[in-house]
Every structure is written in C-alpha cells, then in structure tokens.
Write a protein that binds this ligand. Structure first.
Ligand code: BTN
Length: 251
C-alpha cells in the first residue's frame, strides 16, 4: 500500500527536531527526518538525548495540519497519542511497557522512549509542529550507564539485535493509520488505551513544574489528557505540564 509519508535519511545530523524546525517551511506535511546519529539530540526541558549509537530511533515528523485550523486540534495530546503507538509496537515484541505521564515510555520502571513536541509559531500564526521520537533499540549496558536516569533498551530486554528500519516502518504506519481519527476526536480517541498503560494512578506522586514541586495522589486522567492531583492539603489540582515521579514514602 502507498505510504502517506516520505522519509529523509541522514547519517549524522545535529538534531532531527532542530533540522525539521529550521526547514519547516520547505518540508511537506508528514515529512519524516531520520538520522543514524545526532550530535546534539535534545530531550524535554533542555536536557540532552544521547544519540551517538546507530540502530536506535532518532526521528522527527513534520506535521502541518494547518488546513484544518479550527483551534480545536488536539496538538497538546499528540505526544500522548505517540506514546500509545510506541507501547502497542513494543507489546508486539512481547514487552510490557508503561506510560509515565505525560508521555515517557518505560519498561520495568526504566525509560525506553522519549517524545519531544515543538511548535513553530510566527506572530500568531501556527506554522506546524515537529514531533520527535527517541527509542532505545540497540544500546549496550555501558551506553545505558551514561544516561542520567534509569533507562533500558529493547535489545537488552529481548536478548537480541532489533531491526531499526522495520521498527520505524511499523511506528510510522501505525501512527498515520489513526492520525486523522485522532485529530478529529482528540484525547478521547486514545483515553482508554492510554489509561490502560499508565503506572501511577492512585499512587503518591511528586510533580515538578518548573521549579515548584507539588505532592499528592494521582487521581485521574481527565478527558483532555491532563492529570488530576489530590494534593496534600486535599485540594484538587489540574496538572497540564511537568514531570512526575512516584513517591510512596510521601506524607
Ligand atoms: C525526552 O526528553 O523524553 C524527549 C526525548 C526526545 C528525543 C528525540 S530523538 C529524535 C528527536 N530529535 C531530538 O533532538 N530529540 C528528539
């Protein structure tokens, strides 16, 4: 079947996200940038994403749903949609992944995939969005030690080499199969599949938003994908951004 997307391959690049953002005007909607290595891979919150090993996923998708502009596009939930797509593929490999709100994918509590969405806005005009995906498919134990948070890689879990190109093809086919339905229906389209895979509901968590930390119990994922937190002071708070960590030893 004809693919709805095209792929540009690079042996080495600074960052597939940075490249896509720089060249967004020339890129077509659904254009994919894949690199074997990145020299300046970026993670969320200005962290770096170690990207110096081949046969891992370093890719970005340029999305320009601008013809559909109606202000109701669920763009903030695209990373959550992608996290579900990644989980479903990992499950086909026999692995049981979990999602750490909002969109980290973990196996056995260790991060295997990260997603970084960056929008391009000029003045008040939305020009498009770059959705970057990094997935550890083939890292060594030594590589893992260099990552500054608990991390894992699919090859280490399965005990064998993982074919990157096959994984990327599955990822993109699955992402685009339901992309239009997701844009039309928003988070509700994935709410069940998302909540079935989260690991922190009804647990004590700490949420870090910029420099503030809020402790509480994660009560629910709302219909718009935000997190409802019952704080230590018994207040209900709606969390729309931040990093969470499960912290059973709290109060
Ligand atoms: C995170 O911090 O969890 C997000 C990591 C996103 C990494 C990917 S790798 C491909 C794309 N290019 C980048 O520079 N970052 C994203």
């Amino acid at each position: 079947m004809k693919k709805s997307y095209k792929i540009n391959y690079f042996k080495e690049i600074d960052s597939t996200n940075a490249y896509a953002l720089r060249n967004l005007a020339e890129l077509s909607d659904k254009q994919i940038i894949v690199a074997d290595k990145q020299t300046a891979g970026k993670g969320r919150l200005n962290r770096s994403w170690i990207s110096n090993r081949e046969n891992n996923v370093y890719l970005s998708i340029a999305l320009k749903p601008c013809d559909k502009v109606n202000n109701n596009l669920p763009l903030v939930n695209l990373t959550q949609y992608m996290s579900v797509v990644i989980c479903k593929i990992l499950e086909k490999y026999g692995v049981t992944p979990e999602i750490k709100w909002a969109n980290d994918v973990l196996v056995d509590g260790k991060k295997i995939a990260g997603i970084l969405a960056q929008s391009s806005i000029q003045g008040e005009v939305f020009k498009g969005l770059v959705l970057g995906v990094g997935i550890n498919l083939n890292l060594s134990q030594e590589d893992i030690q260099l990552i500054n948070q608990p991390a894992t890689s699919l090859n280490l879990i399965l005990g064998n080499f993982v074919d990157r190109d096959r994984f990327i093809e599955q990822l993109l086919d699955d992402f685009f199969e339901n992309y239009d339905a997701f844009l039309n229906q928003g988070f509700s389209f994935i709410k069940k599949e998302y909540t079935d895979r989260i690991n922190f509901l009804n647990k004590k968590i700490s949420v870090t938003v910029l420099d503030c930390i809020e402790n509480g119990i994660a009560k629910e994922i709302a219909d718009d994908g935000s997190l409802l937190l019952l704080t230590e002071n018994m207040e209900q708070k709606v969390i729309t951004m931040g990093d969470i960590c499960i912290n059973e030893s709290l109060y």
